[in-house]
Design a protein around this ligand. Sequence first.
Ligand code: SAM
Length: 281
Amino acid sequence: MASLSLKSGLYVTATPIGNLKDITLRALEILKSADLILCEDTRVSVKLVHHYGLTAPLKAYHEHNADRMRPEILDRIADGAAIALISDAGTPLISDPGYKLVRAAQEAGHAVVAIPGPSALTAALSISGMATDRVHFSGFLPAKRSARRNFLEELKQIEATLVFYESPGRLVKTLTDMLEILGDREAGIARELTKKFEEARRASLSELIQHYSAVPPKGEIVILIDREREDREPAQDLDGLLLAAFEEQSLRDAVDAVATGTGMARKAVYVRALQLKEKKA
Ligand code: SAM
């Protein structure tokens, strides 16, 4: 592919989220023609560079050096450079660094050009089987349980498909908080999209908790939560829900959570919880 003569500016360029073939012809042209490619981690992006024989120098731009690098980058653009910004995967600025740079470049009067392409957000939505007329994307939830739960409380009333990024180690905890706060809604897990062990699963939150408690997930994950639906059957797998809740909570808290999540009478849930505990003992 021939290199182009690019006008100066910042080219915000999407790269694959796994499968290296998922890159647009235009993105390749830009990366081949840029004077400099800014990436998050050169060790990650070097794979793309080698795969496509890119020759532009690669430089790290991340939260730890961004304030120092930004004036230097703006000076280079002012001197006529075409600079591409990429992230480790997918679309820069989508839960990735770059917004201050984009803003500063725009404020300095430079061209800022989107070179669109893959993102885990849009890929997951496209196979969610959920309505996408209204979508609320929250990126990563707070790591601390109390902050995470407060955050979810704020989302409770939003009538839209909710989308989150999550790490595999926290998935079950997050789904459990979601069950307790949002109720037993239908949810989707899009895992390792475009990669060898790709998985897309749609089920109630309680069923997903059961599944991923039994089969701990690996890899990169998007969680999608359907909006509250009045026509949906409540989850009936009380035992599974209780056993999942026992992993994280006292008996009393587990009963409260499951009763709230399923809408079942607290007493019925409590009786069954005691039976399960006795069986286990
Ligand atoms: N900028 C990226 C984008 O456009 O999707 C997202 C960057 S964010 C730091 C990384 C998170 O995106 C991962 O922790 C995971 O939640 C999600 N993600 C990235 N690649 C993924 C994939 N192949 N399958 C599922 N989720 C993915």
